[in-house]
Ligand binder design. Structure first.
Ligand SMILES: O=C(O)CCC(=O)N[C@@H](C(=O)O)c1ccccc1
Length: 368
């Protein structure tokens, strides 16, 4: 199919509560949406970059600039286009995986809608719903944390992920275990906040039977994670370090991780995300779907991805209401701790025009 043009939208959505991680606190989600227009119809993509390069080197202004000036022009010049051609066509441009992922997602959505085929069918889904975990930020106090965790358990979430950082790690985990018991599926996410020298501290998490500790060390310290894995019992899961299927294969071979968090934006798209899934499955490594506080568009695609067979751990595929009072699509609502896998063509959801316009801060059209 021919790409007629692409609309870029900057969107700002308030969060229901500030979300604090080891790299900062967010009170709203500012993101970039991509609408690919073709003669056969249109498709939507969501860029998961943040407003500032705090999680990764990407950020919204850079993503918009590289899309507008390099990535979209390359696809406009390509003539006949399919989603599977996007990554090869953009390979000459280094990095910018989240920007590339958003563009590929929009082209894939347009293509699948035109063929009346869902993301789930295309990716290889084997389930019609997925078990959902929830990510809990760093709180001002332990009592506040316990209230929030209790609320999510009451809502039915099947797994709790606690953000940790030096000074907020062992004690919050201990108190959650004491209050809610040993049966709650519990894991922690450090977002690179520790060093190998913290191994003795991190080994104090071992008695709490955590599912995993996510990305304790910095993104590029793969060998450090392999060394840490010899010093703590809690399984190590990597997030920021896994930027491709190749990176996953290398990290697994080096013993740097026993579990992988797959985020399509971080690895360059949903097609590469499936390759990461396949590589991990080939090594017997469990995966789960990470979240980047997506709107219902990215959430729909993530739930489809999370329904592949290797996704054996609950992901950060929470309900829309975890972060947003009003989503820009029909909201995803938890049902007995699960979300249904969208079955409609493409993403299976579309933005509700009035709601999207309310949160749009700027628009740009690139194309004929
Ligand atoms: O459930 C969600 O969508 C958020 C899950 C979550 O904690 N995401 C974190 C992370 O470090 O993984 C994050 C959010 C936004 C941006 C970067 C990272």
């Amino acid at each position: 199919m021919k790409l007629s043009g692409v609309e870029l939208r900057r969107v700002r959505m308030p969060l229901v509560a500030p979300f604090r991680t080891s790299f900062g606190t967010q009170a709203e989600r500012e993101l970039l949406l991509v609408r690919a227009v073709t003669p056969a119809g249109e498709g939507w993509g969501e860029c998961v970059a943040m407003e500032a390069p705090l999680y990764s080197s990407e950020y919204n202004d850079a993503a918009e600039h590289v899309l507008r000036n390099h990535l979209i022009p390359a696809l406009l010049a390509a003539g006949d286009l399919t989603a599977y051609k996007v990554t090869p066509l953009l390979a000459k441009f280094k990095g910018h995986r989240m920007a590339k992922a958003a563009l590929e997602m929009a082209v894939l959505d347009a293509e699948l809608r035109a063929h009346d085929r869902s993301f789930a069918a295309e990716l290889g889904s084997t389930r019609d719903s997925v078990a959902c975990g929830v990510s809990v930020g760093i709180m001002d106090s332990i009592p506040q944390l316990l209230d929030v965790v209790g609320g999510y358990l009451d809502e039915g979430y099947v797994r709790i992920k606690l953000k940790i950082e030096p000074g907020w790690d062992v004690e919050p985990v201990r108190q959650v275990r004491e209050r809610f018991g040993d049966d709650v599926l519990l894991q922690v996410d450090a977002n690179t906040a520790y060093t190998l020298g913290d191994a003795p501290l991190l080994s104090r998490l071992d008695p709490f039977d955590l599912l995993l500790i996510e990305q304790p060390l910095e993104e590029e310290d793969v060998l450090g994670h392999a060394e840490l894995a010899k010093r703590i019992r809690t399984p190590i899961c990597l997030d920021e370090s896994i930027v491709s299927a190749r990176a996953a294969a290398d990290a697994i071979k080096l013993g740097a991780c026993q579990i992988v968090n797959i985020k399509p934006g971080r690895v360059g798209g949903y097609l590469e995300a499936r390759r990461v899934h396949d590589v991990c499955a080939a090594h017997g490594v469990a995966v789960w779907c990470g979240g980047m506080i997506e709107t219902g568009l990215g959430r729909a695609a993530n739930v489809a991805l999370a329904s592949l067979p290797g996704f054996t751990l609950p992901g950060d595929t929470s309900a829309s209401g975890r972060f947003y009072r009003t989503d820009i699509t029909e909201p995803f609502v938890l049902d007995a701790g699960h979300l249904p896998v969208p079955t409609g063509p493409g993403l299976g959801v579309t933005p509700i025009p009035d709601l999207l316009d309310e949160v749009t801060t700027e628009k740009a059209w690139i194309g004929s």
